[in-house]
Design a protein around this ligand. Structure first.
Ligand code: DGL
Length: 276
């Protein structure tokens, strides 16, 4: 049993450790803010689940984070954003949300070759959010898309640079390279952890876009607009929580974000609610 003692944190969630790429950027951008991070590792990966199921997880996790006094919710998961962001804003009209959408806009604006690649999960590509991003921002560019089956599981296992991880990425990237991409959008928050391998495969001339810094700036804008920015100058506390074995996440923290910290555990109960 471990309850948070952090006051008014930024609440962040993902299916697993992918959202740590967003947490890292938020912590750099807003070092005085405290953060509560929930990884739903009991249910990872989300990307092959139905949008309806991901929406249910997202609603319940949001409820849990709000109970811990989160002052804003960052949906640090493209899949959950695709499945649930609009719904969450309806269900919790008084709560500020920041979500993820594939960064097709900056990619289309900066591409010289006019061919852009997007890597994301099947659920993200199915959602209305992706369709709307393509419709709004991809005029005049060719957007190639590819899922990376198994990649989230590899990253959750800490297998960042293994034969299997490379094989998954080669499979996704080679057809894109053959068609002349000069920009890759990472449409899943797990993927920034394998940027070195992606860059090695695509070569130094292809621009790989990690959206996390832009999302962190958006969190700052939303907190500022709502007068919710932390005023004191102490470094914020970060609490890590998982719905699975905390030792597994604890072992991944140094590898992924260079942090050593304890990880607390919450469980899904029979009413599908999260409890300490
Ligand atoms: N990190 C997630 C995303 O951004 C979820 C991946 C998954 O669980 O399949 O889509």
């Amino acid at each position: 049993m471990q309850q948070t003692s952090i006051s008014n944190p930024i609440g962040i969630f993902d299916s697993g450790v992918g959202g740590l790429s967003v947490l890292r950027a938020i912590h750099r951008q807003l070092p005085h803010e405290s953060i509560i991070y929930l990884a739903d590792q009991a249910n990872v990966p989300y990307g092959s689940r139905s949008l309806e199921q991901v929406r249910q997880f997202s609603e319940r996790i949001t409820r849990f984070l709000l109970k811990q006094n989160a002052k804003i919710i960052v949906v640090a998961c493209n899949t959950a954003s695709a499945a649930a962001l609009i719904y969450l804003r309806q269900v919790f009209p008084n709560v500020s949300f920041v979500g993820m959408e594939p960064a097709v806009k900056p990619a289309a604006e900066s591409s010289q070759s006019g061919v852009v690649g997007v890597l994301a999960t099947p659920a993200t590509f199915q959602g209305a959010l992706y369709a709307s991003v393509i419709e709004r921002f991809a005029q005049g560019v060719t957007v190639l898309q590819h899922t990376c089956p198994g990649l989230v599981t590899q990253i959750e296992a800490g297998h960042l640079d293994t034969e299997e991880t490379r094989a998954i990425l080669l499979d996704a990237l080679q057809p894109m390279i053959a068609q002349g991409i000069d920009t890759i959008v990472l449409g899943c928050t797990h993927y920034p952890f394998v940027i070195p391998i992606i860059q090695e495969i695509v070569g130094p001339k292809v621009n790989v876009i990690d959206p996390a810094p832009a999302v962190a700036r958006q969190v700052e804008r939303v907190l500022t607009a709502n007068n919710l920015l932390q005023k004191n100058s102490q470094t914020g506390l970060v609490q890590y929580i998982t719905t699975a074995d905390p030792q597994i996440m604890k072992a991944l923290l140094p590898m992924l974000i260079g942090e050593t910290a304890d990880v607390a555990c919450v469980s899904w109960n029979s009413d599908n609610e999260l409890t300490w």
